[in-house]
Design a binder for this molecule. Structure first.
Ligand code: TXA
Ligand code: MG
Length: 355
């Protein structure tokens, strides 16, 4: 057990964490989406430690967390009615709004951008921490850059060991995927990252636009990079329905074995059902009842578990892209760097070339 893990329900733990932030330290804490790695937003040296611990490139901006919508005045230059409306509708909750920043927000937080992303989380421990500290907290997800985001205190400790000064344990996170990132430009809302608040929910309040093109949006929102959330085991998307995939794969396996070649150990990440099969060494179902909420909350955990099983490769079923399915598929696509499984990777040992 990592000695730096303390119970977030314990008031002395929160008090200690707030003291560490005030002294320029770094604290991992639970939010309703994933765990964050937090520091005082107005202390560039403390924020620099977040980048160091995460091995995060300096071009990737952080999200700032507040405990009250009024605190955004310290961070945003002006707050258009559209932002007010979205804050009323979705805060506290998994929606990050990106708007022009106040000069006081250090460049290191925003990676030199003139805008800053802010959200009010709804996890009581996150709110308790920010309130006790008394200032906004800059916090990216508490993982090594490019890897899966932690949804439990143990998952934080697994990736970051004892690098954070303290890890507040608030149990497993509820949503399981990160917040939706929405950029507000005048009266336009541009979706920079799908997440815990769905486009369908947002659309009841505002019209949501897709970024003009991925090429244009890439430098603007580095979280949109093609490869991210990646396990160490080679990871691919199925690209077709599991039944059809297994049928083809079974033929390939039979041929491999009849020719005396070894069959790889394949892990399979499925949405709802295990297809009957003899081709996978391991299967993991995200939600047996086909509930996207449950699937989102178990996604990163399932990816981490498969990753630890020393498999040759992992194949993920494509998830229907509605509701939270949009955010789940975004994470799966990035974990696979957009690659679909072709039969060659099973036949010719391409799985042996690690990424
Ligand atoms: O749910 C979440 O959002 C979690 C929890 C801890 O709050 N945080 C999180 O942060 O996922 P992070 O750093 O892993 O992702 C932040 C992403 C950046 O990679 C970028 O895509 C986007 O948010 N972002 C932040 N500030 C931005 C800005 N000023 N302009 C455009 N995109 C921004
Ligand atoms: Mg992240």
């Amino acid at each position: 057990m990592n000695p730096k893990i303390v119970d977030a329900k314990d008031a002395t733990g929160l008090e200690k964490a707030a003291g560490i932030l005030a002294a320029g330290g770094v604290v991992a804490f639970p939010t309703e989406t994933v765990y964050g790695l937090g520091a005082d937003v107005f202390n560039p040296r403390a924020v620099a430690r977040i980048f160091e611990i995460k091995k995060r490139p300096a071009f990737d901006p952080l999200i700032v967390h507040v405990a009250d919508p009024g605190d955004t005045k310290k961070l945003w230059k002006d707050i258009p009615p559209l932002a007010e409306k979205l804050m009323r509708g979705f805060w506290p909750g998994p929606l990050t709004l990106v708007l022009s920043k106040q000069v006081e927000v250090p460049d290191i937080v925003t990676a030199g951008l003139s805008t800053v992303g802010v959200r009010m989380p709804r996890h009581p421990a996150a709110l308790g921490l920010i309130r006790r500290f008394g200032k906004p907290v800059a916090a990216p997800s508490a993982n090594i850059f490019g890897r899966t985001s932690p949804t439990s205190a143990e998952a934080v400790a697994e990736q970051l060991a004892d690098a954070p000064d303290l890890i507040l344990d608030g149990g497993r996170t509820e949503v399981g995927v990160e917040s939706t990132v929405l950029k507000i430009e005048g009266d336009r809302c541009v979706l920079l990252r799908p997440g815990g608040v769905t486009v369908e929910e947002l659309s009841q309040w505002v019209r949501v636009e897709a970024p003009a093109s991925s090429g244009e949006a890439a430098p603007e929102s580095p979280g949109r990079m093609k490869s991210h959330y990646a396990p160490e085991t080679p990871f691919y998307l199925m690209g077709v329905a599991p039944g059809e995939f297994v049928k083809t794969l079974t033929r390939v396996k039979d041929r491999c074995l009849s020719e005396g070649r070894a069959w790889p150990r394949i892990g399979c990440l499925l949405f709802q059902k295990h297809p009957a099969d003899g081709v996978f060494a391991e299967q993991s179902v995200l939600s047996a009842r086909g509930d996207l909420r449950e699937a989102a909350s178990t996604l990163f955990d399932a990816m981490r578990k498969l990753d630890k099983m020393k498999l040759d490769l992992i194949i993920a079923e494509d998830i229907p892209e509605s509701g939270l399915g949009l955010a789940i598929m975004d994470r799966l696509r990035k974990a696979a760097s957009g690659r679909k499984a072709t039969m060659e990777i099973f036949e010719h040992g391409a799985h042996e070339q690690k990424k």
